[in-house]
Design a binder for this molecule. Structure first.
Ligand SMILES: Cc1cc2nc3c(=O)[nH]c(=O)nc-3n(C[C@H](O)[C@H](O)[C@H](O)COP(=O)(O)OP(=O)(O)OC[C@H]3O[C@@H](n4cnc5c(N)ncnc54)[C@H](O)[C@@H]3O)c2cc1C
Length: 433
C-alpha cells in the first residue's frame, strides 16, 4: 500500500457531515476479517442458522459423487455452502452440508481462449494473483471478494457497470455433480440451455466442482470517490452511468447526500493514492483491477436488494428516498445503486434486461423487518427481481412471473435433480416442488 497523502480538501459543513454518515455504515477501507466457522452453522450476518446431520469436506470429484449418492440413497437433502455470505436460508439443511474449501485454486489458464478453470470452492480473492501473473483478470467483481467462486455464481452476484455482466455472465463451462451423483459437463457447445441454467443455479441443480470463467487482459483502474448532493446526482445520473465503465453511489437519507464512486480503466502508473478525508472515503487511487474492485465491510448488516429495469431506476430510488426520509428516518445505512448489463443466465436478475440494482441495509443487531417490507412493496411495484442471496419474501408463484425462462429452468432442474436431493423446504418454497 502506498504512502497516503493526508490532504484534507473537504473541510467542515455538508461534505464532512455526510462523510460521518458513510463512516458509521462501515464503508471506510479497513482490514478484512476472517469468516469464522461457528459450531452451529450460520451465515455471515447470523440471520440464518442450521444444524446439519453431517458436514462433509470432499477433496476430490469422486468424494463429491460419493457424498451426493449417500445422501440421495437415504432421502436426505444436500446443500453446498460457499462462505455463507447469503442473507437467505439458501445453505441451510438438516441433512448434509458440503464445504468445498479443498476444491479451490486456479487449475488451468487457457491463454489463447482467455479462460481459466478454477475449483468451485476457490475464494474470489484467491484468483487475483495467478490470473494477473498470467496477464489476465476478471472483468468484474462484487463489492467484496470473500465469497467462494461457486457461491457468487450461484446467486448471480454482481458488481457495477452499464455494460458489465454479473459473475454468472463470466461462466463458459462447468462440471457439476447432479442430484443422483452423476458427473455433468456443461458448456455452450454441448447444451447452451443447460449452461444458462447452471450459470445462476442456487445450488439447485448440483454441486459445482469446477467452473471455467471468461477472462480479459489484465487492466488497471482509476477510482474516484466524492460526496455530492442528491439533486446533482439525480440530474446527472444517466451521464454518470454512460460516462464510466463502473459507476455506483451510496446515498444516505439524513444528509440527502451520495458517495459517488467511479472506476475507469487507465494506463497511469500504479500505486497512486490520494485520500481527501481522514476516514479514507473520498479521494482517488490507481491499481490493478483485482485490488481496486473489492472493499471491506467491517460491520455486520442485513440487506435487501432488488433489480429493476434500468429505465425505472431513478423513479424507484426517488420512492425509496421518500420512504427513508419519511416513515423510516431511523435507518442510517446507505442505499447502494448499481447497474448490470443484460445476460443469458436464466435466473440472473439481469436475465435479458439491463437493470439497476438498489440495495438497502440495516445493522444486523437492529430490526429490519418493517423497513424491508415497505421497500419491497416499492420494488415490486416496479416489477423488480430480488437478489437471490439477499432478504426478500417472494415465493415460486411470484418469482415465476418475473423470469420468462422459469419453465426452462424447472425442466432442467427436473432432469438434474429428479429426487429433490438439493430441495430443502426453503428451496421448494423458492423454486417450487
Ligand atoms: C458483506 C457482503 C457483501 C456483498 N456484496 C455483494 C455484491 O457486491 N454484489 C452482490 O451481488 N452480492 C453481494 N453479496 C451477496 C453475496 O455475494 C451472495 O450472497 C453470494 O452468493 C455469497 O457467496 P458465498 O460463497 O458466501 O455463497 P453462500 O452464501 O455460501 O451460498 C450461496 C448459494 O451458492 C450455492 N453454492 C455455493 N457453492 C456451491 C457449489 N460448489 N455448487 C453449487 N452451489 C453452490 C449455495 O448452495 C447457495 O445456494 C454480499 C454479501 C455480503 C455479506
Amino acid at each position: 500500500m502506498s504512502e497516503l497523502s493526508r490532504r484534507r480538501v473537504l473541510g467542515g459543513g455538508f461534505a464532512a457531515a455526510a462523510l460521518a454518515s458513510f463512516e458509521r455504515a462501515g464503508l471506510a477501507r479497513g482490514l478484512p476479517r476472517p469468516v469464522q466457522e461457528p459450531e452451529e452453522w450460520s451465515n455471515w450476518s447470523r440471520s440464518v442458522s442450521w444444524r446439519p446431520r453431517r458436514v462433509v469436506r470432499p477433496t476430490t470429484l469422486d468424494e463429491v459423487v460419493t457424498t451426493v449418492k449417500e445422501s440421495a440413497a437415504v432421502g436426505e437433502t444436500v446443500r453446498v455452502a460457499g462462505t455463507g455470505h447469503s442473507f437467505t436460508p439458501l445453505c441451510a439443511t438438516t441433512g448434509t452440508t458440503v464445504l468445498l474449501g479443498s476444491l479451490g485454486g486456479v487449475r488451468t489458464i487457457d491463454s489463447e481462449g482467455a479462460t481459466a478453470t478454477v475449483g468451485a470452492g476457490a475464494k474470489l480473492y484467491e484468483l487475483e494473483k495467478p490470473l494477473r501473473e498470467a496477464g489476465f483478470a476478471l472483468e468484474t467483481l462484487p463489492d467484496i471478494d470473500r465469497q467462494a467462486v461457486a457461491g457468487a455464481i450461484a446467486t448471480a452476484t454482481h458488481g457495477t457497470g452499464r455494460d458489465v455482466p454479473s459473475m454468472s455472465g463470466l461462466v463458459v463451462r462447468a462440471t457439476l455433480v447432479d442430484g443422483q451423483g452423476r458427473v455433468v459437463e456443461c458448456s455452450a457447445q454441448k447444451d447452451p440451455a443447460m449452461l444458462s441454467a447452471v450459470q445462476a443455479s442456487l445450488g439447485a441443480l448440483g454441486v459445482l466442482v469446477d467452473v471455467t470463467l471468461r477472462l480479459v487482459p489484465k487492466f488497471k483502474l482509476h477510482e474516484r470517490t466524492r460526496i455530492a448532493p442528491f439533486d446533482e446526482v439525480a440530474a446527472d445520473l444517466q451521464s454518470l452511468i454512460d460516462g464510466h465503465r463502473h459507476f455506483e453511489f451510496f446515498w444516505v437519507s439524513d444528509r440527502d447526500a451520495c458517495l459517488v464512486k467511479t472506476l475507469d480503466p487507465t494506463d497511469e502508473p500504479e500505486d497512486f493514492e490520494r485520500q481527501d478525508d481522514e476516514q479514507g472515503l473520498t479521494g482517488e487511487r490507481v491499481g490493478s483491477s483485482g485490488k481496486i474492485f473489492p472493499s471491506q465491510r467491517n460491520r455486520r448488516f442485513n440487506e435487501i436488494e432488488y433489480a429493476v429495469d434500468a429505465d425505472r431506476g431513478l423513479e424507484c430510488w426517488q420512492e425509496i428516498r421518500e420512504l427513508m426520509r419519511g416513515r423510516h428516518q431511523d435507518i442510517t445505512w446507505p442505499l447502494e445503486y448499481r447497474t448490470v448489463a443484460p445476460e443469458p443466465a436464466l435466473l440472473s436478475m439481469a436475465h435479458g434486461q439491463r437493470v439497476v440494482t438498489l440495495s438497502l441495509h440495516q445493522a444486523a443487531n437492529l430490526e429490519h423487518g418493517p423497513f424491508f417490507d415497505d421497500a419491497e412493496a416499492v420494488f415490486r411495484n416496479h416489477g423488480g427481481r430480488p437478489h437471490w442471496g439477499k432478504m426478500h419474501s417472494l415465493q415460486a408463484e411470484d418469482l415465476q412471473q418475473l423470469y420468462p425462462k422459469w419453465g426452462e429452468f424447472a425442466d432442467i432442474r427436473g432432469r438434474l435433480d429428479p429426487q429433490g436431493t438439493f430441495a430443502t423446504p426453503y428451496m421448494r418454497r423458492l423454486l417450487g416442488a
